[in-house]
Design a protein around this ligand. Sequence first.
Ligand code: DNO
Length: 364
Amino acid sequence: MKMTFRWFGSKDDSVTLRQIRQIPGVSGVVAMMADIPVGEVWPNERIAALKKEVNDAGLELEVIESVNIHDDIKTGAGRRDYYIENYKTTIKNLGRYGIKVICYNFMPVFDWTRSDLAKPLPDGSTALAYEQSRVDQIDPEHIAETVASGSQGYSLPGWEPERMARLDELFTSYRHVSEDDLVANLKYFLERIIPTCQEYNVKMAIHPDDPPWGIFGLPRIVRHAQDLDRLLGLVDSPYNGLTLCSGCFGANPANDIPATIRRFGTRIHFAHVRNIKIESPGNFHETSHLSRDGSLDLFEIMKAYHDIGFTGYIRPDHGRMIWGETARPGYGLYDRALGIAYLNGLWEAIGKANGKLPGAHSGA
Ligand code: DNO
């Protein structure tokens, strides 16, 4: 596996490349370009500059999270072919600069959703939380304000202000989009981009819906293992793969993460590994990565990756805010660095117990 760390860019992240370089075992960062409007082409010069900046800091840039999908592609609206052509150009441009994996999602209107971005935990830290009854009370058209009020002034991935400003219009555009339509629109998109991915050796890795159930009456199609089967079958190519996010997919206790890893093995290109505490159905909060702090068994998850000989990219995921850090919710330095140390420790121990050399630093 290759251990990575999500980074939002020097202008938009409280964490520096220099700090990331000092976390043991990290090979590279997972980056994005939040200022490029969804649907526009990512220009070569911008990609070249980002790559240089990351490489100059002694880190690799091989994964992008995310190149977001324009809502016209998801709804199948008039301009989808135009946006698909732009997406193909972005894939080509990224491929030319050595990007190997693009993480994306196909969630209508909203990316990830939480009811609280700073829930106090008993140890004095804060974490992201989801409480169904609170989400049910939120007027979806005002959710952007709720989210912004807890975001510490940082932009939040997937909550682009220009999209949030036209939520009314977005909701209307999905009014007649059923789940089957959404699946058909994903197929239409994948059929057109996967040949380009193959040509430029860039693997697509879809992120599950977060949380993995329906919200605000919108269609959702990446919620459980049957959904993953269906979507991998839409275009049966290694370039059509998964980002398996343990904390997101695992919020539904029926989703067995180690079993999912063993089942989809080589189609998982990117692993997000984190823990959550499920309080009751539909209610959870995030925790430290440690197994005993949450509901997921991180040892079993890392063992499953080890057993399948995982050579893809992995990153710790949302961390708590600890030690007085002020940062983008979920994306501070300290708790994610602790997460990496723990994941590397599990990986080394599992490898040695299996009689194999640790592979944490050896790359793909
Ligand atoms: C939230 C992230 C998501 C994820 C996208 C992938 O913290 O896990 O925003 O990056 O859903 O497209």
